[in-house]
Write a protein that binds this ligand. Structure first.
Ligand code: NAG
Ligand code: NAG
Length: 353
């Protein structure tokens, strides 16, 4: 009954009315973001694809989240499918959704090698022209939502696993200067948004984490603003075929966050999901809950960790089974929108006792 104590303190801190815990041990007025705010941090978010057929989702968002990240709507292929042809109706809906519901919005993303249309990838633009293409895109996206995006992922996934630069059209044409150039342009068209570099597998405090440090220093060396680093945290909660090592221990997670935070930027977990080999069993769900707890604890242990976003609400729509065969059940609500033990683990890690 350690947990009922924890919930009670979370509720007290959040100064919401205490409700009797449900039979599964979840209190009706549990709220991830209120617990996070009570710890002096900024947000708990979810990736969002707006669906009209899932009435549970807006209720969960209202109760547990104060930030959203549009899952796909702002990616280049969705927003500029051909040069100068900006298709922003869908993206607009997310910004409006955040506004209507008083939520932060983590806008995602401006410059990435993936979900990038062929007209950019195969356009054979020279350096100057590609920078122009980048500016046209950032001008329209960042400019349109100026003052409305809480944060922007300015550059996404620029690194290889060994910490070297990924050979994308951006890097191959412009060189590493594409990073500071992108950040400079984002700041030019939206002075208000916090500007983030975002990548996966930075959580192991290894060569790739070193690469992220190099990027922060590079951008700063150009005299350009960077506010933070996003650690995606697409991790496995147990050993799986695609991740022989399960999610790092708490010390490693903290050290990884501090690696860039110590350079004077904020850090955020931007896309948390902790997959397992399916089907889920009570044992695996308990292992997963412990992994969620230590991810949350690692954030709370680092002063500059301002928030955390999970990459979706329900396992029903998670991207994991479609990409990692035989793996899934990575989120904190199951396919029927019931809270999993992972919810409790995550909340416990946020509350911190
Ligand atoms: C813009 O892109 C959309 C989506 O691909 C397409 O349907 C439309 O015809 C394009 N418009 C122009 C003017 O190219
Ligand atoms: C491309 O142009 C930018 C801006 O002038 C410059 O910083 C960068 O080094 C150039 N890249 C190459 C490969 O010439």
């Amino acid at each position: 009954m350690l947990f009922s104590t924890l919930v009670a303190s979370a509720l007290a801190l959040a100064s919401t009315a205490a409700a009797a815990p449900s039979p599964q041990g979840y209190g009706k007025s549990d709220s991830l973001y209120k617990a996070m705010r009570s710890r002096g941090r900024s947000f708990i978010g979810t990736a969002l694809t707006i669906r009209d057929n899932e009435p549970a989702e807006p209720k969960i968002i209202k109760q547990d989240f104060n930030s959203i990240t549009p899952e796909n709507a702002q990616k280049w292929e969705s927003t500029e499918p051909s040069r100068g042809n900006f298709t922003l109706a869908d993206s607009d809906r997310y910004v409006q959704y955040a506004k209507n519901n008083g939520l932060q919005i983590h806008c995602h993303n401006l410059v990435w090698h993936s979900q990038l249309p062929a007209w950019v990838t195969d356009g054979k633009f020279d350096n100057r022209t590609l920078i122009q293409v980048m500016e046209e895109h950032i001008k329209v996206l960042a400019g349109r939502y100026r003052g409305q995006c809480t944060r922007w992922d300015v550059v996404n996934e620029a690194l290889n696993e060994d910490g070297t630069y990924r050979e994308s059209v951006w890097y191959n044409t412009i060189g590493e200067a594409y990073l500071p150039i992108a950040f400079r342009l984002a700041a030019k068209y939206d002075k208000h948004a916090e500007l983030f570099y975002n990548d996966y597998n930075l959580e192991y405090n290894n060569a790739k984490t070193e690469g992220a440090k190099r990027i922060v220093k590079l951008i700063k060396s150009y005299g350009v603003k960077i506010n933070g680093v996003g650690y995606q945290a697409h991790l496995a909660s147990e050993a799986t075929p695609t991740a022989p090592g399960a999610a790092p221990d708490q010390k490693t997670l903290e050290a990884a966050l501090r690696a860039t935070a110590d350079l004077g930027v904020d850090v955020v977990y931007t896309e948390i999901d902790l997959r397992m080999n399916t089907p889920a069993t009570p044992e695996k769900l308990a292992v997963q809950a412990a992994a969620y707890e230590r991810v949350a604890k690692s954030c709370l242990a680092v002063k500059r960790c301002i928030g955390m976003t999970v990459w979706g609400i329900s396992d029903k729509y998670s991207w994991i089974p479609g990409v990692f065969a035989g793996e899934g059940a990575a989120l904190i609500w199951d396919e029927n929108y019931n809270k999993k033990p992972a919810y409790k683990g995550f909340l416990k890690g946020i509350v911190g006792r």
